[in-house]
Write a protein that binds this ligand. Structure first.
Ligand code: ATP
Ligand code: MG
Ligand code: ZN
Length: 319
């Protein structure tokens, strides 16, 4: 589920919304009292009846309790009515002094009972897009605007299958979704379908991270060789723990013993934890074997479902 940082960011947004609503309500109350001094007394009486109601509600049941309760309720009602009349005489709405939450369902708390409110889910998704690494592509590369018209003959059949597999991978995403390996030449839609998957999976509330192999290694390098002691390694930690990691352009990274061991550790850690990974590459199976040692290539070729992308460069066709 959504990362700790994203939760924190969303909780912060909600707390600010709540504080803003309460502050505005308080300002309105002060304004109301300044315009209608009688309201001060009414509000004092209302808060007293509320306290008395509470006191009676916890008494044992008896006819006397019933009588007191209905008397107080009547008093409360007439105070409310007097208050509403005052508001109306000033041309103010009934709920003028009540907090106006952006989400009336949860009062900007993010939860309804113990259930996460849909406003919070939405905020988490937005935060997820922002921190996913493909925020700028979201909405531009979707399943719906992925066209099979760019592919001919057998290529099109293959791409139709890829589209249907990736769509169902995204729609049915769970902690048991497994791994995909997108293989094919440049411009054939690997990144496009990765973005489409990421969008759907983020909307479901999962933590998704998209990064090129080169950048992932850069982050590990930075943490290993340049970070000061005590600095926490959040970024690489999220590579290892997010629900879905999309590693783009495997094979374009500058290869060193360090880069190979990083990739091995990352892929292996995620496999051991049962976390889904999608890898895109221009390399063929033979080239993967030639470029990486057995520990990596056997994992890629054994634990990832290969999807072959074929056809003529769509990037060129679109120009
Ligand atoms: N089937 C498609 N329908 C619509 N647009 C597409 C399709 N395939 C690719 N595109 C568009 O063409 C461009 C290149 O596609 P994409 O980036 O997905 O290629 P790629 O396979 O990731 O290439 P590379 O290996 O160079 O990274 C993008 O703008 C993408 O939106
Ligand atoms: Mg790409
Ligand atoms: Zn809400």
């Amino acid at each position: 589920m959504a990362s700790k940082e994203n939760y924190r960011a969303v909780k912060d947004i909600l707390a600010k919304r709540r504080a803003r609503a309460l502050e505005k309500a308080e300002q309105n109350r002060v304004f109301f009292h300044s315009q209608a001094p009688e309201a001060v007394e009414i509000d004092r009486a209302l808060s007293q009846t509320a306290m008395q109601l509470f006191g009676i509600a916890i008494m044992a049941n008896s006819p006397e309790k019933e009588a007191k309760l209905s008397a107080l309720k009547a008093q409360n009602l007439s105070l409310q009515e007097a208050r509403e009349e005052l508001l109306a005489s000033l041309g103010l709405p009934k709920n003028f002094t009540e907090p106006q939450y952006e989400c009336p369902l949860c009062g900007d708390s993010g939860y309804i009972d113990l259930q996460m409110c849909r406003c919070m889910k939405h905020l988490l998704a937005l935060e997820g897009f922002k921190t996913s690494g493909i925020g700028h592509l979201i909405g531009t590369q979707t399943f719906d605007n992925f066209s099979l018209d760019y592919y001919k003959g057998a290529d099109r059949e293959q791409m139709k299958r890829n589209l249907s597999i990736t769509r169902s991978f995204a729609e049915n995403f769970s902690s048991k979704s497994g791994n995909l390996l997108f293989m094919g030449a440049t411009g054939l839609g690997k990144t496009h379908l990765s973005t489409a998957i990421a969008t759907v999976v983020i909307e479901k509330g999962y933590d998704v991270l998209y990064e090129s192999a080169q950048n992932i290694i850069g982050v590990y390098e930075h943490e290993r060789f340049h970070s000061t002691r005590g600095e926490d390694n959040h970024e690489s930690e999220r590579y290892e723990t997010c629900d879905l990691l999309i590693i783009d352009d495997l094979g374009t990274e500058f290869q060193t013993a360090f880069s190979v061991s990083c990739l091995y550790n990352l892929i292996n850690t995620r496999l051991n934890r049962g976390k889904s990974t999608i890898i895109s590459t221009n390399l063929t199976a033979g080239e993967i074997r030639a470029r990486y040692d057995d520990r990596i290539s056997s994992r890629l070729l054994g634990h990832f479902m290969p999807l072959l992308f074929r056809g003529e460069d769509v990037r060129c066709q679109k120009l």
